[in-house]
Design a protein around this ligand. Structure first.
Ligand SMILES: Cc1cc2nc3c(=O)[nH]c(=O)nc-3n(C[C@H](O)[C@H](O)[C@H](O)COP(=O)(O)OP(=O)(O)OC[C@H]3O[C@@H](n4cnc5c(N)ncnc54)[C@H](O)[C@@H]3O)c2cc1C
Length: 455
């Protein structure tokens, strides 16, 4: 399979999908399983710091086929676990260090893209979290106050009043927004494919259509034969449950996206996003949008979970789960009623049982892994890969002090508990959002239930 169904893959140069096939090696120093950002960044930094090592990346489909080539393109200077760390006095300093490392990671990605001449449409226009209801003004301003109390400044997060916020993004209702400059919009597939091309040019063995069927310390089995490797690093995030013995290691949750046709200047006069700011709002069924470099709106929302951790490699465009995402976009921008949504797709992302990313490496077995970014992995995968590479090199570094290192999660529950838990979580999130939209005040009961399930 080469196409992941996304607008991003559709907009790549026609000859970009698929690298020239390479013969299967029998022995390498490092074998990386999975050719998304996590695996590609691992190979990138290994080839930077240890050019003498023979590195292979094994990708079942094509590089960027997974979440990395089909996401919302928010390259965020934060990660999912920062908020929880900042909320406790005992972990606040750690949360701030992680946040600063993530902010620097956005610039690191820009640096590499620039240095390697990967034209991934990187534009650091920041992020707007829009209050679409008056009560969300208080909610977001409280959050802003908290962020300033714990050590961020106006240069990190600031309030835009309603006129300024509306001028930035013309959503149907907009009562102000929390703005951070620490976020860039990118074309996700261009970053993934661009990295793959550069790695191949550097001599990394970039093996597409090479599916790992099992692995143990020192040995990887694939559909193309066996490979011996001193170190084996897994970077399969939301696809992890398809690997032998890893069914309950990571929960695959789906995110769904749509993209409009290119929109004319008159529509952009109304919508704004002049600096390609990324935008969302505080609802629990997360939404995210960006203006693409070719003037489309690419917009997504969190989808669901399938019984038994089923991994659907491609979501068909007529999947009913995509209808609510399309509707949310039209509700935000009624002007879109006259314009087509040309693309609809989705895909799995990975959640660890403790809802935090994790990076681990055991020097004795040579086995390592990174992932579980809870839908916020575009930038986080770069930091995770750098951490893993430092662990592999046995090199002490500041980022090894970050909380993801060896923060192992237990397995997810057996079915049907897993499915029921995911369903209750989704239902509570939807009910809380619907109630708040209807009544214009916080939905305390549903919010309480929702929060019980995300810890
Ligand atoms: C629709 C969507 C929107 C998102 N939006 C954003 C966003 O805007 N911002 C953000 O920060 N995050 C976002 N995310 C999350 C982010 O994209 C992911 O966290 C990140 O891309 C994960 O990268 P990865 O390399 O770890 O995994 P992936 O990119 O999923 O790569 C895993 C790779 O492993 C391969 N693989 C699987 N099994 C095998 C096997 N047995 N053998 C060999 N290869 C195998 C797969 O084919 C796949 O290419 C989104 C995710 C989705 C699905």
């Amino acid at each position: 399979m080469t196409h992941n169904g996304s607008y991003w893959f559709d907009s790549l140069a026609p000859d970009d999908l698929g690298l020239a096939a390479e013969p299967m090696p029998t022995q390498v120093d490092v074998a990386i399983i999975g050719g998304g950002y996590t695996g590609l960044w691992m190979a990138y930094y290994l080839s930077e710091y240890c050019p003498h090592l023979k590195v292979a990346i094994l990708e079942a489909e094509v590089f960027g086929f997974g979440a990395s080539g089909r996401n919302g393109g928010w390259c965020m200077g934060t990660s999912h676990d920062v908020e929880a760390l900042l909320s406790q006095v005992s972990t606040r300093a750690t949360g701030l260090r992680l946040a600063r490392a993530m902010q620097a990671t956005v610039d690191e990605i820009a640096r590499v893209a620039d240095h390697e001449q990967i034209d991934c449409h990187f534009e650091k226009g920041g992020n707007l979290m829009v209050a679409t209801s008056p009560f969300q003004v208080t909610q977001l301003q409280d959050e802003l106050k908290h962020l300033h109390q714990v050590g961020f400044t106006e240069a990190d997060y600031r309030w835009l009043d309603a006129p300024e916020s509306r001028a930035r993004v013309g959503t149907a209702s907009n009562f102000g927004a929390m703005f951070t400059p620490h976020c860039a919009a990118i074309h996700p597939a261009r970053l993934a494919r661009g990295l793959a091309h550069r790695l191949k040019a550097r001599g990394v063995l970039c093996l597409e259509s090479t599916k790992v069927t099992g692995y143990v310390s020192g040995r990887v089995e694939t559909n193309r034969g066996e490979l011996r490797a001193d170190k084996i690093l897994r970077a399969t995030e939301g696809f992890t449950p398809t690997l032998k013995g890893q069914k309950r290691a990571v929960l695959p949750i789906y995110s769904m996206m749509v993209a409009t046709e290119p929109l004319p200047g008159s529509v952009w006069d109304e919508i704004g996003l002049v600096h390609r700011e990324t935008f969302g709002d505080p609802r629990r069924v997360v939404i995210y949008g960006q203006r693409t470099a070719d003037d489309r709106l690419a917009f997504g929302g969190r989808g669901g979970y399938y019984f038994g951790s089923k991994v659907k490699p491609v979501i068909p465009g007529d999947d009913p789960g995509l209808d609510s995402v399309a509707q949310s976009l039209r509700d935000l921008f009624p002007v879109l009623v006259d314009y087509k949504m040309t693309h609809r797709w989705g895909g799995p992302l990975g959640v660890n049982r403790h809802w935090r990313p994790t990076v681990t490496f055991d020097p004795e077995t040579g086995l390592g892994s990174a992932g579980g970014y809870v839908g916020e992995g575009v930038a986080a995968s770069n930091l995770a890969a750098r951490i893993l590479v430092d662990l592999v090199r046995g090199e002490d570094s500041e980022i090894l002090g970050l909380p993801w290192v060896d923060d192992l999660a237990r397995n997810w529950e057996l079915e049907p508990v897993r499915f029921l838990g995911a369903r209750i979580l989704q239902y509570a999130a939807e009910r809380a959002d619907a109630s708040e939209a209807e009544l214009g005040r916080p939905a305390r009961f549903w919010d309480g239930l929702f929060n019980r399930f995300v810890d």
